[in-house]
Design a protein around this ligand. Structure first.
Ligand code: ZN
Length: 149
């Protein structure tokens, strides 16, 4: 049984300004436009990045700063509601001059050199994050009961 159904209603397409904080910019757009369900995709380049890894045992994030320019191979994220406000969750894959790839959970401190972004907005009931005790993360409801083992 599907928990939620959404209709694609519009898209925002554009570049983020050089020097902008990537995560903060996406959050500002989501909150200013009151985007309550969305899909974020993007490509471009950063001058530095901060990405995080979630330790599943410790149930906490640890972050790493990558202090050099890299290509954004893939920016992929979503917008939903956490604590009553639009909330961005995004992951990023980055490549250096040798084609070596880094990535993780996008954190503040990732600075845009150029970033071409699509934000696809959906309408439906609010997509709300609630704390999942088993993961320690604020998650959506399961899509279907049958997916749980
Ligand atoms: Zn994440």
């Amino acid at each position: 049984m599907m928990r939620s159904q959404f209709t694609s209603v519009r898209s925002y397409i554009g570049c983020l300004p050089m020097g902008a904080d990537l995560y903060e910019s996406l959050t500002t757009i989501a909150r200013e436009e009151n985007l309550r369900a969305g899909r974020i995709t993007g490509i471009g380049a950063v001058t530095q990045a901060v990405v995080a890894y979630y330790d599943q045992t410790e149930k906490q994030y640890s972050s790493v700063k990558l202090d050099h320019g890299m290509e954004i191979v893939s920016l992929l994220g979503n917008i939903s509601i956490k604590d009553g406000d639009p909330f961005v969750h995004a992951h990023i894959t980055l490549a250096d001059r040798d084609g070596k790839v880094y990535g993780g959970h996008l954190m503040p401190g990732t600075l845009v050199f150029v970033c071409e972004v699509f934000i696809d907005v959906f309408e439906g009931e609010d997509l709300v994050r609630t704390l999942s005790p088993e993961t320690g993360l604020a998650l959506w409801l399961p899509l279907a009961e049958s997916t749980r083992s």
